[in-house]
Design a binder for this molecule. Sequence first.
Ligand code: NAG
Ligand code: NAG
Ligand code: NAG
Length: 262
Amino acid sequence: MASFQHFLFFLSLLFSTSIACDRCVHQSKAAYFSSPASLLGGSCGYGSMALSFNGGYVAAASPDLYRDGMGCGACFQIRCKNPSLCSSGGVKVIVTDINKSSQTDFVLSTSAFTAMAKAGMAQDIKRLGIVDIEYKRIPCEYKNHNLSVRIEEISKKPNYLAIKVLYQGGQTDIHSIDVAEAGGWNWRFMTRNYGAVWNTSRAPAGPLQFRMVVTGGYDGMTVWPKKAIPADWKAGAVSDLGLQVTAMAQEECSPCDTSDWH
Ligand SMILES: *[C@@H]1O[C@H](CO)[C@@H](O)[C@H](O)[C@H]1NC(C)=O
Ligand SMILES: *[C@@H]1O[C@H](CO)[C@@H](O)[C@H](O)[C@H]1NC(C)=O
Ligand SMILES: *[C@@H]1O[C@H](CO)[C@@H](O)[C@H](O)[C@H]1NC(C)=O
């Protein structure tokens, strides 16, 4: 019973027909940002935090992958296809930005781009500038972080609240977020403001609890953290919600077997 209360409430196969399998390997191209500053202002809203996520292995994704911000925080494994330059494992990146270039699906941070190279080949791959890749979505893993929210500076007491969702694990998408006073049932829906930032002008006055509808593969489930944010919340504070969102429903994707990837 304890795990039932503390972790995930499985609702139903809400989205069973609408979500396509996205574990397949796709063919595309990737380039890199020559200046790290280009990624600091990423449209997901992570700011300089993005560089600490994943050893700086971050990416700007095409609009199809960015999905109006739902793709923010998604993780991908990307490898370049030139066998003399590129390692077979490639690199694992987190989406922190959008790039509308029609030539590429990903524009990577320089460190992520060169991490696709075999040892000693970093300069050679950089010289190419743009490379053929294959990629697949993978679950995000945050060993030292639970799902967290950051109170954004534009929040204004008593009722305007904007939060940024951080450390969204698994291969998951957040479809909705509701907020209520801790222990209460008067849930108010939040709206995706931009990127990973959600807002409401109807925030309750007391301590805040959240619930989120999340999909991963074919499953829709409500994630219901029991940890609340104290009523005296302050802009800039990051609150650990006390649970991890993890990978789900791998078996649903057997047609997209990717077992040659490690
Ligand atoms: C997209 O990435 C390219 C590098 O390939 C860069 O030149 C361009 O400015 C980027 N576009 C946007 C909107 O950031
Ligand atoms: C929240 O974000 C949405 C989408 O960007 C925006 O239309 C709305 O005005 C924002 N709400 C408030 C109260 O600012
Ligand atoms: C994650 O949540 C669990 C359960 O509430 C807690 O024991 C653990 O300390 C949290 N981890 C971190 C890194 O805060």
